[in-house]
Every structure is written in C-alpha cells, then in structure tokens.
Design a protein around this ligand. Structure first.
Ligand code: CAA
Length: 289
C-alpha cells in the first residue's frame, strides 16, 4: 500500500491525512472544493509547526510529511489510490453519494474504508463498488494523539481487506482492535452510555457541571470529564450515536437523556458551536449551569 486517499479535510480527515503522511504514505486529500482541501493542508501544517516548535519532530520530518500530501478536488480524484478512507460528515446520504463517486474511479484491487463512528458497515457497503473491499476504520479525535484504531468488518468484508487495512493502521503506530458490525462498535458502545448518564445526572440535579466533570476526571483518572468530552466530540454527534445504540439494540438502557436532546435542539452543540455544557467565548470555558 503506497497511496492513501482521504475524503473530507475536516478535523478527522486532516488528522488521518497527517498521520498517514508522517508514516510515509503519499496522501491525496479531497473535500467538496479544492479550497477546503487546501485549508485542511494548512491546518496540518500548523499542527506540524507546533510539533517542531515543541521539538517533538524535526523540521525535515515536517517538510517530508507536508510534501507527501496533495490537496485534490472531489472524491472522483482518487483513481490512483490503493486505499481510500472516507471521513466526511456523519450523514448516510452524504457518504453514499461519495461512495458512488469514488466507485467510478476506484481501481478494482483498491480498498474503500469509512471512518464512520456509528453507521452500520454492512449497510454502507451496499453503496460501495464492492462490499468485499469495504471496511470500517474508526479513528479517534485528536487523531495524532489517540493511540487506537477500531477496525470493523461488515458481513461481506473479505479477510484480505481486513488484513491489508490492519497492516496500514499498524504502520501508523496505532493499536488496532477488531470489532464486529454491532451498534457503536466497541468504544462508543461503552463511552456513550457514560456521557449520556452524565447528562441524566445533570438534568436530575445530582451535581453541577464542574463537579460532575471533576468527579469523573479525578475519581476515574480520565483526561477529561464526561461533559467536557461530550462538548469536545459534539453534542449532536453524541446524541446521534446514542440514538443508533438505542434503535440498533432496542434496549431502553441506551435511551438519550432529555437534557442532551434539549441542548441539541437549542443549537448548543458543544465546542464547535461556541456553547454546549460550557461557554467557549472567552479564554477558558465557563460552565453554563
Ligand atoms: N491535534 C494534535 N495534537 C493535539 C491536539 C489536536 N487537536 N490537541 C492536543 N494535542 C496534543 C498537544 O499538542 C499535546 O502534545 P504534547 O504532549 O506532545 O505536547 C497533547 O496533545 C496534550 O495536549 P494539551 O496539553 O494541550 O491538553 P491535554 O493534556 O488536556 O490533552 C487531549 C488534550 C489530548 C485532547 C486530552 O484531554 C484527551 O485525551 N482527551 C480525551 C480525548 C478523547 O477521549 N477522544 C476520543 C473521543 S471519542 C472519538 O473520537 C470517537 C467517536 O466516534 C466520537
């Protein structure tokens, strides 16, 4: 595997492009426009400059990684790739449209992967050119920092596809775990009930936002409290994944907390919206309740 295509130059796509280039892969990075793809590359350059300033990597390594990333326009530019990773927005219709476009140019031996955090792989595979060469490869945010990749096989994913993508993921220096195509896979199956429960606790007046966060951060030794993490992930994303768990299992233990639904309805989606459980207008986040 030499050339990796990344579709979507947002936070996840840019992170995937960055770690792939740092591992020596040539990367084609696309988005809906060449400007967005170029903006993704500028963000990667900023991250790598910061790493050079902190003396984490050498200037030459930054230059080598940046030289390997080529912004391209649209998913149809991925004809040269051995592996294409879709990291577009978490909407099934958008992903299906991308797979249709990539399918027109994908080589018959190339693999198509999706970075979905919750949409069933077997169902998405139906929109791909070949379900045997389709697989889920789930990165975590921030991609350069997080050490895990979940590899999810759909019902029709071939052993050869799993092995090839596992090889790629290991080359990035990440620990790879394999999961079957069940709602939420492993991490979100375990994580989302915790974040959702923190929303229940807040809604029921068990404690304040900073106390719920401090309790879990210090009492469980987590890097972030659950409400901070929910803001970081995006409350709309948390709600969406929780609904996938609820609907996919039919188990009431996964029902979304009313307060989480309310925040999303209010447009308070978390850090990216400037407000979630915290207000991000100033230097430091301020709890909203
Ligand atoms: N990109 C690249 N590097 C980043 C970064 C980013 N966006 N944010 C932070 N970092 C780096 C920093 O440069 C720093 O690196 P060094 O140690 O080499 O200097 C390191 O991460 C620590 O950063 P900070 O000191 O600024 O802050 P911190 O210690 O509070 O760490 C954090 C920040 C890494 C985000 C940490 O709080 C953390 O690990 N939080 C939990 C994140 C998490 O759980 N992510 C998974 C979410 S679930 C998901 O992604 C999947 C899904 O489907 C929803």
């Amino acid at each position: 595997m030499r050339i990796v295509g990344v579709i979507g130059a947002g936070q996840m796509g840019a992170g995937i492009a960055q770690v792939s280039a740092q591992a020596g892969f040539r990367v084609l990075l696309s988005d809906v426009s060449i400007d967005r793809a170029q903006a993704g590359l500028s963000g990667i350059a900023k991250q790598l400059n910061r790493a050079v300033a902190k003396e984490k990597i050498a200037g030459a390594d930054r230059d080598a990684a940046l030289a390997l990333i080529e912004p391209v326009e649209g998913a149809g530019a991925m004809g040269a790739c051995d592996l294409v990773i879709e990291a577009a927005t978490e909407r099934e219709a958008v992903k299906r449209a991308i797979f249709g476009e990539v399918g027109k140019v994908l080589r018959p031996d190339a693999i198509l992967a999706t970075n979905t955090s919750s949409i069933p792989i077997t169902r998405l595979a139906q929109a791909s050119p070949d379900p045997a060469r389709f697989v889920g490869v789930h990165f975590f945010n921030p991609v350069p920092v997080m050490g895990l990749i979940e590899l999810i096989r759909g019902l029709a994913t071939s052993d050869a596809t799993v092995a090839a993508v596992e090889g790629y993921a290991q080359t990035l220096g990440k620990r790879v775990v394999r999961a079957n195509d069940a709602p939420g896979f492993i991490v979100n199956r375990v994580l989302m009930p915790m974040l959702n429960e923190a929303c229940f606790a807040l809604g029921e007046g068990v404690a304040t936002i900073p106390d719920i966060d401090a309790a879990c951060q210090l009492g469980l030794n987590h890097p972030m409290g659950p409400l901070t993490l929910a803001d970081f992930i995006g409350l709309d994303t948390c709600l969406e994944i929780t609904r996938v768990l609820f609907e996919g299992t039919g188990d009431p233990k996964f029902r979304p907390a009313p307060l989480l639904i309310k925040y999303v309805e209010a447009g308070w989606m978390g850090k990216k919206a400037g407000r979630g459980f915290y207000d991000y207008a100033g230097e430091t986040p301020v709890p909203t309740r």
